[in-house]
Structure formats: C-alpha cells, structure tokens
Write a protein of this length. Structure first.
Ligand SMILES: [Fe+2]
Ligand SMILES: [Fe+2]
Length: 206
C-alpha cells in the first residue's frame, strides 16, 4: 500500500492515497463483521492472505504464550489480539487501507506478556492501562521488524485513555476494533454470569 508520510515539525501524519471509501458498503461490512464476531475465532485461519502477512507472528513462542493469559472474561490475550487483528484487517482491506499493517499491529497491540489482573498486586504498577502500550511496543520491537504505522498503532491504541491518538487511519481502525472486541468479551462474561454458568465476580477476569 502507498502511504504518504508528511512530517510537520515533530509531528508525522500518514495519509493513505488509496483510500476509496464506499461508506454504504463499508458500513454493511462493519455490521456484518460485528454481528458475526464470534466467527472470527475460526474464520481467520482460512484466510490465506491474512495468514501469510502474520505468519512470523503466529510462529513466535512469546506470542503463543499469550494463550495462557486471560484478557477479558474467558478470552485469552492471544484470542483477543487475533479478533482485534482480523477485524481491523477486514475493515482496512474493505476500505483500501494498509490491511497488513493493521493486521500486524492488531496482533501485537497487547503484547505485554503478563496477567494484568494480578500485575498491580505483584509489581505495584497501578497504571497498566497507561503503561502497557509502551511495554507491548518494546516487546514487539525485540521480536519483530515493524514499520512506522505498526509501531505508532501499538503505542497509541489506548486512545482516548492515553492522550495522543494514532497518526494513521489504520491505527484508528485498530483502536475501534479493540474497543468493540473488549465490549463484546465483557458482555459475554456478563451473559454467562446472568445465566448462572459462572460465579458473579466483578473484579476477577472482567
Ligand atoms: Fe491494550
Ligand atoms: Fe486490546
């Protein structure tokens, strides 16, 4: 994809010149993806183009270790990252954006490699929400070659909690996908609690 990088004093802005927004069909794609988000858990693996662009990440031992860490509800950090990544990839592909960068940064946006539910007790760091993007970026840079959009997206994905937004549209898509997936994962937990399938516990693994 062709991204133009405009440097403005210390500010960099990325503008994709291939953005061809068909608002109506893009909106339809968003709704159908969100309605069927549970299918992402199986669909991504059948998407050959997606799997090729993220193959090195899926082969990485540290990335796969996120399968042992819970992110929200019953969803592991690895599955949360896959859902964010594939939703972002599909949206960006539909919009003519850099879907590969969206896919890779989506997979690595929460690459902080600890259980955030117990992290503050164990380390005294009560600001996981603010600090984990930097930890994720440092870990990701140690393991993978990342472009500017991918690095910026990982670092800025907690916007608006962290003040500075991502500089690319791809980054904004990942921010959006992360919020959607988080809300759905937490809602799923509440649904199970209401149906009595899991104990009411608003603190642990929400
Ligand atoms: Fe995050
Ligand atoms: Fe996330």
């Amino acid at each position: 994809m062709n991204n133009i990088c405009i440097e403005n004093n210390s500010d960099k802005k990325y503008i994709n010149k291939n953005v061809t927004l068909n608002a109506e069909s893009s909106a339809e794609e968003f709704h159908s993806l969100i309605e069927n988000i549970s299918l992402i858990k199986e669909d991504y693996i059948l998407d050959v183009e997606y799997m090729i662009c993220v193959a090195d990440i899926f082969e990485n031992e540290k990335f796969n270790s996120m399968d042992n860490i819970i992110q929200h509800g019953d969803t592991t950090t690895k599955m949360h990252s896959i859902q964010v990544s594939y939703l972002s990839y599909r949206i960006c592909k539909r919009m003519g954006l850099d879907c590969d960068s969206a896919a890779r940064s989506g997979l690595l946006h929460d690459f902080f490699l600890y259980d955030w539910h117990t992290h503050s007790k164990e380390t005294g760091n009560h600001f996981h929400g603010f600090t984990h993007p930097r930890v994720a970026l440092n870990n990701a840079n140690n393991e993978f070659e990342l472009n500017d959009i991918e690095q910026d997206t990982i670092l800025r994905h907690m916007w608006p909690l962290t003040i500075i937004p991502p500089m690319s549209i791809e980054g904004m898509v990942v921010v959006y996908a992360d919020k959607v997936c988080t809300i759905l994962e937490v809602c799923e937990r509440f649904k199970k609690m209401i149906r009595g399938r899991v104990k009411w516990n608003l603190v642990k693994n929400w």
